[in-house]
Design a protein around this ligand. Structure first.
Ligand code: HEM
Length: 117
């Protein structure tokens, strides 16, 4: 089975991504970065990105990670907060711990393009 299937397919990816974005926009550790961001659009792009990256039938049409995060001055602490929010969102959507870690392993290398140093 693909990771896409193990995550519960598009329905469950949409479920935990919406929960992630809700948390990210509400959590004071990250909310300040998203004051000018349209939540629905970001959630749709994230769903496509996760779906495609895990072997699903979607195609991500957004900007690459380096270009979309440049100049935001994102810190390692902000990145880690978002990872924690994603773990909580996946737990709420009943994604098993081991499956959560398989997705996190795909996202982790993006850190070098997202965090400013
Ligand atoms: C692995 C972690 C992350 C992934 C996969 C990710 C993914 C994305 C994607 C797909 C977009 C949309 C790009 C587009 O507009 O075409 C985006 C934009 C953005 N991300 Fe991230 N991101 C991550 C981490 C973070 C973190 C830690 C922050 C700050 C706390 C952040 C803040 C933003 C902001 C402010 C935008 C711009 C949204 C807009 O256009 O208004 N991201 N990200």
């Amino acid at each position: 089975d693909s990771l896409y299937d193990d995550l519960g397919g598009l329905d469950n990816i949409t479920r935990f991504t919406n929960r992630l974005v809700d948390r990210t926009f509400a959590d004071p550790r990250t909310a300040h970065q998203f004051k000018q961001t349209k939540k629905d659009r970001l959630a749709r792009l994230l769903v496509d990105q996760i779906c495609e990256a895990t072997g699903g039938p979607c195609r991500y049409k957004g900007v690459n990670m380096k270009k979309s995060h440049i100049k935001l001055g994102i810190t390692e602490a902000e990145f880690n907060a978002l990872v924690e929010q994603l773990q909580q969102a996946m737990s709420e959507a009943d994604v098993p711990f081991h499956t959560q870690n398989r997705l996190l392993a795909i996202l982790a290398p993006m850190k070098r393009d997202i965090v400013e140093r």
